[in-house]
Write a protein that binds this ligand. Sequence first.
Ligand SMILES: CC(C)(COP(=O)(O)OP(=O)(O)OC[C@H]1O[C@@H](n2cnc3c(N)ncnc32)[C@H](O)[C@@H]1OP(=O)(O)O)[C@@H](O)C(=O)NCCC(=O)NCCS
Length: 208
Amino acid sequence: MTTLVLVAASGLAGETAAAAAGYDQIVAVDDDRGRWGTVVGGAKVIGPVEVVADTGADLVICTGSGRVRRMLVERLLDYGVTPDRFATIIHPDASVAAGCEVGPGSILLAGVRLTSQVSVGRHVVVMPNAVFTHDDIVADFATVCAGVALGGGVVVGEAAYLGMSSSVRQHVTIGADSVLGMGSVLLHDLPVGETWVGVPARPVRVAV
Ligand SMILES: CC(C)(COP(=O)(O)OP(=O)(O)OC[C@H]1O[C@@H](n2cnc3c(N)ncnc32)[C@H](O)[C@@H]1OP(=O)(O)O)[C@@H](O)C(=O)NCCC(=O)NCCS
């Protein structure tokens, strides 16, 4: 029997359950005791995160924040989980062209399109209808929200967050741990750790 464990009983977990094909059983884990015994996206929450360590089940981390995904990966590796247990979840209605690659632990929801020679790293979350075009590189733990459009040759840094319906001009680089606000249009490189918003996108000061 093949089992997928959704790590974090979030809204994204429900979406991931809907995207996952070919499993006999899907369950969830979460450190919030209040969620134990509840159901998310049809998956029963069976206990805290550490219960996955002793199972042979496939795992996928379902937090919206890439930084939290990174912390959870480190924690699971400390529990003795081996990296080969992280599943790649691609919705049947996503389109991944030949020559594109998607790393372990990554989630592509419905309608996502990877057009040509796109590289998506590990534990990346790509929400519905995002479009990555030729030669884009999306680093580990990045989060790309619904409807984002990347021109060709864009580089998205580790754990960067691209808000819904933002657009990125071709050959632009987005720094690690940066944020692009929803609806923004990015014309120039976004430095590491900064938040930019608007059309065209400019730096904005946000509460830490
Ligand atoms: C950019 C973002 C992270 C900033 O959030 P925040 O830190 O809470 O900042 P605030 O809402 O206090 O906004 C700070 C300023 O930026 C402006 N701003 C925030 N987001 C903006 C956006 N997307 N476009 C234009 N301006 C924006 C605000 O109006 C505010 O301006 P002011 O200081 O002149 O009033 C957030 O607005 C955003 O876009 N998040 C992405 C949401 C998303 O895609 N969700 C999908 C979930 S699946």
